[in-house]
Write a protein that binds this ligand. Structure first.
Ligand SMILES: [Zn+2]
Length: 142
């Protein structure tokens, strides 16, 4: 999986590109540091996505509460159904170490992009407005 082309493809999806890190996610990343975020990410993927059989697949990833959760939805790495649809990863098999690493790399790349673009636009209220519009849509979808 090429990270750049995956991110481009995700950006073309209206649904996937509607997910963004919010101020408190950015602050959380700053507080914990990227090493911690990466290890959380690896942990979530290993526990909630990698096993061949997952109870309530499709509902294991909340839409907020941790920057990695947001990244998982933005990158279609939220459940095995989305992994199959987007990356042709078959259900019912344990993810390999390489697949886990690729997913973690993709999620980290997405979070870094969000983090960098947040810094640039942090002082404009464009992001706030965008988030306000997004909320009712998310409620409808979930
Ligand atoms: Zn999903």
């Amino acid at each position: 999986m090429n990270i750049e082309s995956a991110l481009e493809k995700l950006n073309c999806s209206k649904f996937r590109s509607s997910f963004h890190l919010k101020k408190k996610d950015i602050e959380y990343i700053k507080e914990k540091g990227w090493d911690k975020i990466q290890s959380h990410c690896h942990d979530f993927i290993t526990k909630k996505l990698a096993p061949a059989i997952i109870a309530s697949d499709g509902k294991q990833t909340p839409t907020h509460g941790h920057p990695v959760f947001v990244a998982q939805h933005a990158c279609a790495c939220c459940c095995r159904g989305c992994l199959k649809k987007w990356y042709k990863i078959e259900k019912g098999l344990n993810l390999s170490h390489e697949q886990i690493k690729n997913i973690v790399d993709l999620l980290l790349a997405w979070m870094h992009k969000e983090f960098d673009s947040f810094k640039e636009t942090a002082n404009s209220n464009r992001i706030e407005k965008k988030n306000n519009i997004k909320t009712p849509l998310q409620l409808k979808l979930f």
